[in-house]
Design a protein around this ligand. Structure first.
Ligand code: SAM
Length: 174
């Protein structure tokens, strides 16, 4: 049986929302897999990462695409760079194969979600991983943020036979 990953499910969900005319923000470029997936399907992708090495990985993976803007900055500044977009995608946690100490942090993730909430544009998709300590704090904080604002969201919890802490996808639309 094919080993299905949470990111495959996130991509399936994205397929139902994006079109060839969409402009999408990838808030966490990482190794570039989500950016590439999006660039193949939409008009333009703005991709952010605080690690230059991650952006370089993303640049290498997506070298054949002309519809990507690479931004070396925190996603807290998304609205400084992009005002018109159809959705924002977060794949939280640390860069696979990179420094596990450099991970998305609860305070900056929630700060970004608050800013996007004020802006009320498009959809938000967040893949969260409670299997490590900061990821657990982040997952709880995302859930509290959604509850506080009474946002109607969809959630997918990915059951894993061998891991206790299953990852989550949170998805909502403004
Ligand atoms: N989407 C990526 C992919 O498809 O390969 C995986 C993303 S990885 C799990 C998380 C990334 O978020 C890391 O590369 C990390 O440097 C980045 N990151 C952490 N905090 C950030 C922030 N405040 N703004 C932008 N990127 C951040």
């Amino acid at each position: 049986m094919k080993n299905i990953k949470i990111t495959d499910l996130a991509h399936e969900l994205l397929e139902t929302e994006i079109t060839k005319d969409s402009v999408i923000v990838d808030a966490t470029a990482g190794n570039g897999n989500d950016t590439k997936f999006l660039a193949e399907r939409v008009k333009h992708v703005y991709t952010f990462d605080i690690q230059e090495s991650a952006l370089n990985q993303t640049r290498t993976l997506t070298k054949d695409f002309k519809n990507i803007t690479y931004i070396h900055d925190t996603h807290e500044h998304i609205l400084k760079y992009v005002q018109n977009f159809d959705g924002v995608v977060f794949n939280l946690g640390y860069l696979p194969g990179g420094d596990k100490k450099i991970t998305t942090m609860t305070h900056s993730t929630i700060d970004t979600l608050e800013k996007l909430h004020k802006n009320q544009k498009g959809f938000i998709l967040v893949v969260a991983y409670p299997g490590h300590l900061e990821g657990l704090k982040e997952t709880v904080a995302v859930q509290s943020f959604l509850d506080k604002h009474e946002i109607k969201y969809r959630v997918v919890k990915f059951h894993h036979e061998t891991k206790n802490e299953a990852p989550f996808i949170f998805f909502w639309k403004y």
